[in-house]
Design a binder for this molecule. Sequence first.
Ligand code: NAD
Ligand code: WQD
Length: 338
Amino acid sequence: MNVLLAGGAGYIGSHTAVELLNAGHQVVIVDDYSNSSPEAVHRIEKITGKRVISYEADVKNKEKMRYIFSENHIDCVIHFAGLKAVGESVRLPLKYYRNNIDTTLTLLECMEEAGVNQFVFSSSATVYGEENKPPYVETMHRGSCSNPYGWTKVMMEQILEDAAKANPKLSVILLRYFNPIGAHESGLIGEDPQGIPNNLMPFIAQVAVGRRDHLTVFGGDYPTPDGTCLRDYIHVMDLANGHVKAVEYAASHKGVEVFNLGTGTPYSVLDIIHAFEKATGVKVKYEIGPRRAGDLSEVWADSTKAQKVLGWHAERTLEDMCRDTWNWQSKNPEGYKK
Ligand code: NAD
Ligand code: WQD
C-alpha cells in the first residue's frame, strides 16, 4: 500500500515509516519540520535502503495537500501531525486547537476529494481522562482532560467518528498510545525534543549525556508502591509495528475501531531511572520535587483488543527501551543537529 504519513518525520512517524517500508509498503511523508528535521527522512532511507517521497508542507495548507494527493496514489493516511506539549497547550490553547483540529479536517476533506478511505489516527491514553481508572479498556467512555492538548484528541476522535458515520466507505482506526520511549536499534533515528524535554525518558537521556544537570521527579507522595507515578511505557518500534497492523486491518474493514497500544505493565518513575542505570551503566542524578499539575497517579492499558483483533502485542522489554534510548542519545548527543 501507499501510505501518506502526515507528520512522518517526527518521533513516532519516522519509526513507523521504517516498519512500513520493511513490511513492503511505500510511504509519502508530509511534514513542516516544526518539531523535526529533514535529516530524519534521510536516516529512514539509510536504515531501509529504500526511497522515501517527502514534502515540506503545512498539513493545514489545503492547496498544497490537494496537490500532494493529486501527485500520489494514496491508499491510507496516518495522521501524526499534531502539537503535543501538554504545558504549552495550557498557555497557547488556540495554537493547539487550530493546528491539531485543522490538520485533521484538511486531511479528511482532501481524502474525500481524492477518494481515499483509510485513516489511522494518533490518539492518546489521555482521552480516558480523570474519571476512568486503569487498566483502561476501549469500551470506557472518553473522560475529561486537564489540558487543551488532551481535549484536541477527544475532539478529533469525535470528529472522526462523525465522519465515518456519514461516509460508510470510510475506515478509521483510533490508536491510543500510552508512553512511547526508546528508539530504532540502529541509533540512527530517535526522539529529538526541541528545548527542555517535557517527557521523562528524553530528560533522563539528556541528564545521562551531560546536557542537563539532574532530573526532577515530579512528586514522591503518590498512593503508589514507591510514591512516584505509574505509567505504561512502550517501545516506539512496537508502537510502529502496531501501525503496520492497523493500516493492513483498515484495508479490509469499514467504520471506526479503537485500539490501545500499550504493554499493560505499569512502571514507576523510579523504576525507569533504575532500569536506565542498569541497562546503560550510566548514573542518573535526580531529586524528588513537587508534583506536576495535571499528572494522574496511575495510567496503564488493557491491550487485549489489539492482541485479539490485530494480532499485535508489545514484544520489547523495559531494558530494550532503555538500551535503545541510550544508543540513540549517545550517538546523537545533540539530536539530528550533529
Ligand atoms: P513529533 O512532534 O515528534 O511528531 C509530530 C510531527 O508532526 C513533527 O514532525 C512535526 O514537525 C509535524 N507537524 C506538526 N504540525 C504539523 C503541521 N501542521 N503540518 C505538517 N507537519 C506538522 O511527535 P510524536 O511524538 O511523533 O507524536 C506523533 C503524534 O502522536 C502526535 O499527534 C501526538 O499528539 C501523538 N501522541 C504522541 C505521544 C507521545 O508520547 N509521543 C503519545 C500519545 C499521542
Ligand atoms: C511520565 C512520568 C511524570 C518528566 C504525556 C502526555 C500524554 C501522552 C504522553 C503525548 C510522569 C514524570 C516527567 C520529568 C518526572 N501524550 N516526570 N520528571 O505525562 O505520562 O504523558 O506524554 O503526546 O498525553 O500527558 O508522560 O513522560 O511527561 O511523564 O518525574 O522531568 O514521569 O510526572 O509521572 P505523561 P511524561
